[in-house]
Design a protein around this ligand. Structure first.
Ligand code: NI
Ligand code: MN
Length: 227
């Protein structure tokens, strides 16, 4: 499995058979200015909630891709449907979808959600994905929540994408507890450095993770991590 980081919470997961793009926010992000978004043509686009720093490039990337499937909550899917993004799978919390790549379950996130134009964006979510022989958790934007313990009861999580930037989401301390809650020792950090309130000290967060025996990966924007 190959994971490419495009900044903020945007990752392309390549299972070898399918490509899944999460929370595309690339063109407005100065940290990702070297990324050529015209080359990104995923099979699936998964969106955790309606905030601009998760949906900014959904429409562009959807329209340049070969009939991708947009996966998000009912409200986000409807909003994009009005823009002509009609190949979609609306979901809601607690539901699992069986798709070409495997399965995706929509799980709880504690956050807020509205679309860039102010339209109600439904409840924010995370995803548990089974694909390419691995099981992973993409938390979206969320606080630490006891609900994460439910994930460990049902899945063996190989790795988790967790926000670590604090202020709008969990910071590193809560993210390390979240890793324990979902039952993984491998975390891929996201939602940091994009805006001044979420700037992190990388050495500090890596040291904190090491102290708790968590393998924290911070992928450089534009680079691909193999696992
Ligand atoms: Ni958000
Ligand atoms: Mn966000």
């Amino acid at each position: 499995m190959k994971i490419t980081y495009y900044g903020q919470s945007c990752f392309l997961v390549d299972t070898g058979k399918h490509t899944l793009l999460f929370d595309p926010f690339i063109s407005p992000n100065p940290l990702a200015k070297a990324i050529d978004i015209s080359s990104i043509k995923p099979d699936f686009i998964l969106v955790s909630h309606g905030h601009g720093d998760h949906v900014a490039d959904v429409e562009t990337i959807y329209k340049q891709s070969d009939s991708p499937l947009l996966i998000s909550n009912f409200e986000v899917v409807n909003w994009f449907g009005e823009k002509g993004l009609e190949n979609a799978r609306p979901m809601n919390h607690g539901g699992k979808a069986h798709l070409d790549f495997g399965t995706v379950k929509m799980v709880n996130a504690i956050h807020s959600s509205n679309m860039p134009d102010g339209t109600y964006g439904g409840n924010p979510a995370g995803f548990v994905v089974e694909a390419g022989g691995k099981t992973f958790y993409f938390a979206g934007d969320t606080a630490l929540t006891m609900d994460m313990q439910l994930i460990k009861q049902q899945y063996k999580i190989d790795f988790a994408f967790l926000p670590i930037g604090d202020n709008f989401t969990m910071g590193i301390d809560d993210a390390l507890i979240a890793a324990d809650f979902v039952g993984t020792s491998h975390v891929i950090g996201m939602h940091y450095d994009t805006f001044p309130p979420i700037t992190i000290d990388k050495e500090d967060v890596l040291a904190k993770a090491k102290q708790k025996n968590i393998d924290l990966t911070l992928i450089t924007i534009g680079e691909t991590f193999n696992l």
